[in-house]
Design a protein around this ligand. Structure first.
Ligand SMILES: *[C@@H]1O[C@H](CO)[C@@H](O)[C@H](O)[C@H]1NC(C)=O
Ligand SMILES: *[C@@H]1O[C@H](CO)[C@@H](O)[C@H](O)[C@H]1NC(C)=O
Ligand SMILES: *[C@@H]1O[C@H](CO)[C@@H](O)[C@H](O)[C@H]1NC(C)=O
Length: 365
């Protein structure tokens, strides 16, 4: 008989614990028995029905730049006052924009914390006020974007909230030196990295489309889809009948299918400058002359970043690291290309052709 009664209480207890997020001590008539049962059983330190934990964030998205810092806000509090300090476990995890799975960023209990993997030494908890669980991130990298989950655990209470981290930057279309539609997905990833950038995410391409990017060649994005942004509909780009927008071919085969790519670059530490000694240079000489001035021939992503973030505006074409020839214009003018600002490209001329060069010098060189 007694056993039977205990079982009933156990079941009742289990139900209360399971539904503990929506029921409170004041609305559940059976709560009294539940309490007695637990304390009678010596379960000290576990206060199932006393606390109701809340977690939220002041912002659902945070924008930052490469190399910069970001604060991802998160705070927790209790619905009713708690008398003594409580031990909570705070855990931040990350879901990369390109997909994959949630991975650990940081775990903290009291003043002890541990960071993991790529985040080691770059993240810490802010803890400016009671309940502050904001994550401070430094030295942001292009591939840090994605969803960050702030999870707070107190006994059986387990609440979380998600914040998006986005980088401000610039998306640029990139073609293989051999021409249009030569890149597999992996090839696309590689050329972006070689040009100091990363495969653009859909969010980044969409943002660039809103800022006016109009490009009629389809390119890979980080999620394995192939898309292109059209602001002025025309016949070869989906036709006049289609509204402006980002056109998608959907997911393509990562190895078999070949397209161009959209790369993403963010702010730049250091500077890009045009160099032209007494005479113009072939590609080999261009690489050398940058090195002789304590710099390196600039990569395409660096030229775009300098244009977007440092106002690079120079109306002379110069060699870049990939063997292409380009220049960047902020204030469009006569003999400097189309009437919109942008980076102008002359493709990949034969390496013996003579031009100036764009060099990149990082801050620490
Ligand atoms: C980022 O934060 C670190 C220390 O928290 C600081 O030294 C550094 O100047 C900050 N960087 C920027 C770009 O604000
Ligand atoms: C992210 O970028 C950094 C710097 O470019 C690189 O060292 C790291 O391997 C990248 N991480 C991943 C998961 O791709
Ligand atoms: C560039 O010119 C140098 C001579 O100044 C020559 O040795 C080199 O082979 C040339 N490189 C190319 C790619 O034409």
């Amino acid at each position: 008989m007694m056993i039977c009664f205990l079982q009933t209480l156990l079941l009742l207890g289990a139900q209360l614990v399971l539904s503990g997020t929506s029921l409170t001590a004041h609305t559940v008539p059976n709560n009294f028995f539940y309490h007695n049962f637990l304390s009678g059983n010596g379960n000290k330190g576990i206060h199932f029905s006393d606390v109701k934990l809340h977690v939220d964030s002041a912002q659902s998205s945070v924008f930052a730049v490469r190399g910069g810092n970001a604060t991802l806000p998160c705070r927790f509090w209790y619905e009713s006052e708690v008398s003594s300090p409580r031990e909570v476990r705070i855990k931040w995890s990350w879901l990369p924009t390109a997909g994959g799975h949630w991975t650990d960023v940081l775990v903290a209990i009291d003043s002890h914390s541990r960071s993991f993997g790529e985040f080691r030494g770059r993240v810490q908890l802010r803890q400016d006020f009671p309940g502050d669980a904001a994550l401070l991130m430094t030295e942001l990298q292009l591939n840090d974007t994605g969803r960050y989950r702030c999870e707070v655990v107190d006994g059986l209470e387990d609440k979380s909230t998600v914040i998006h981290l986005e980088l401000r930057g610039v998306v640029f279309p990139y073609q293989h030196p051999h021409g249009r539609y030569h890149l597999s997905f992996l090839g696309a990833q590689q050329v972006c990295e070689e040009q100091d950038s990363s495969l653009a995410t859909f969010t980044q391409l969409f943002q660039s489309w809103k800022e006016g990017l109009n490009w009629c060649n389809a390119g890979w994005l980080s999620d394995g889809t192939v898309q292109y942004p059209i602001t002025r509909p025309r016949v070869p780009c989906g036709g006049h009948g289609l509204a402006p927008g980002v056109r998608s071919y959907g997911r393509r085969h990562l190895h078999l299918h070949r397209y161009d790519v959209f790369c993403f670059s963010s702010s730049l530490r250091g500077r890009v400058y045009y160099l032209q000694p007494s005479h113009k240079m072939n590609l080999t000489e261009a690489q050398q002359v940058c090195q002789e001035s304590g710099a390196q021939i600039a990569k395409v992503g660096q030229l775009y970043a300098a244009w977007k973030f440092k106002g690079l505006d120079h109306c002379e074409a110069g060699w870049l690291a990939d063997g292409s020839v380009r220049y960047a214009i902020i204030r469009p003018r006569k003999n400097c290309g189309p009437p919109e600002p942008g980076v102008r490209s002359f493709g990949f001329p034969p390496p013996q052709h003579k031009h100036g060069v764009y060099c990149y010098k990082s801050d620490d060189e």
